[in-house]
Design a protein around this ligand. Structure first.
Ligand code: HEM
Length: 352
């Protein structure tokens, strides 16, 4: 049994089978959810709501039409609702934030937020065309220095894997209607977004584990230092010039704290949405969906910058997360203070 699972997991074909299995599982759950939804008495999309008047009977408000009541509710004005329906019973509150929440989600978040990651990709593409990759000035020395333990690297790639799955499925849930439905149809969109939702709910809790693990492994080297000010004033050396840095530079530290802080908000609001009975007031749920989406899209956008610097943007960076070792010349050039602490040698005198 152990041999079988190890073989299944370690080969690329085995990994592919696991991914295929997960995707098929998600699609199956999506189809199943849709089937249950269609059979249930819940209002299916496109069906009319059965208000009392639709069935021919008069509503309890006499000469006030249903549409006037709904307009007043949609307007979100408690006085207008009260003027139509009469004084509310003592202690009762009209919840009028639903419509405002819907307008914010449909009109602002869905319409504009999705552009942020695309703008970041565009800026990175322009930067790459103008500046090209940051090469190791002295070339590779061939000598390496230890940077990350296996445990730290697994923590990083576990977070990366979970985050990418959640990012993709989350964007499908948020943007499926405007981006998928017009091309593949409403039916296909509802199956795909239901599948994405099942996958998102399944992987969501893993994000909390990934976040705690990443925090424990990396927090020690991510406290800000007075020398980080120089990094800010010199734009991190991206436009030329050398900038002194410890194990992590200001940009990396900012990314770390963004992941931790925004990630915590995403995790907390995710829990509220997964277990809605935890909160009494529906407005917490509305706030959660907004914060969750804004936080996630913000992190996804900045993630592209992180991936850029970690891969094609800076020669020698990816070695650290793949092998745990970096070239000595890379270390001297980008993290000179850390190099000196690690080797006891001067980064300037010892340029090879
Ligand atoms: C597939 C995409 C990714 C690539 C190629 C990548 C690459 C890298 C590389 C090369 C480093 C080491 C940089 C160094 O040695 O100085 C690093 C560090 C790090 N990465 Fe990623 N990464 C990816 C995805 C992610 C994701 C999704 C997250 C979190 C949401 C993340 C969070 C971090 C953090 C927190 C660090 C440590 C930086 C610090 O503590 O200041 N990475 N990454």
């Amino acid at each position: 049994m152990h041999d079988l699972t190890t073989k299944f997991r370690r080969t690329p074909a085995g990994l592919l089978r696991i991914v295929l299995f997960l995707v098929l599982g998600m699609v199956w759950m999506g189809v199943a959810t849709q089937a249950t939804y269609a059979q249930s008495s819940v209002r299916a999309p496109g069906n009319a709501v059965n208000l009392p008047d639709d069935q021919g009977s008069a509503n309890t408000l006499g000469n006030v039409s249903d549409s006037e009541i709904w307009d007043a509710i949609r307007g979100g004005n408690p006085n207008a609702i009260e003027a139509l329906t009469g004084p509310r019973p003592e202690g009762a509150v009209f919840n009028t934030t639903g419509q405002q929440w819907r307008m914010l989600r449909e009109g602002v978040i869905r319409k504009y937020l999705g552009w942020f990651p695309l703008v970041v990709i565009g800026l990175l593409a322009v930067f790459y065309l103008l500046r090209g990759p940051m090469r190791i000035t002295g070339g590779r020395s061939g000598k390496t220095i230890h940077r990350f333990t296996l445990n730290a690297r697994v923590a990083h790639w576990f977070m990366a894997g979970v985050f990418i799955i959640l990012g993709l499925t989350g964007l499908m849930i948020l943007l499926g209607r405007p981006l998928i439905a017009p091309y593949l149809g409403l039916e296909a969109n509802s199956i795909l977004t239901s599948a994405a939702k099942e996958g998102h709910n399944l992987f969501g809790p893993l994000f909390i584990i990934a976040l705690v693990w990443l925090f424990i492994k990396f927090v020690g080297s991510n406290f800000f230092h007075i020398r980080d000010l120089k990094w800010i004033f010199k734009f991190g050396g991206f436009f030329g010039g050398h900038v002194s840095s410890g194990r992590f530079n200001f940009g990396e530290k900012t990314w770390f704290w963004m992941v931790v802080l925004i990630g915590s908000v995403i995790a907390a609001t995710g829990i509220v949405m997964l277990f809605p009975w935890l909160v009494e007031d529906v407005r917490w749920l509305q706030l959660s969906t907004i914060l969750h989406a804004v936080g996630a899209v913000l992190l996804i956008g900045v993630l592209f910058g992180h991936i850029y610097v970690g891969t094609i943007g800076m020669e020698g960076s990816l070695d650290s997360m793949l092998k745990g070792e970096v070239d000595e010349n890379w270390a001297k050039e980008h993290h000179d203070v850390w190099y000196e602490q690690m080797t006891g040698k001067s980064a300037k005198e010892d340029q090879s």
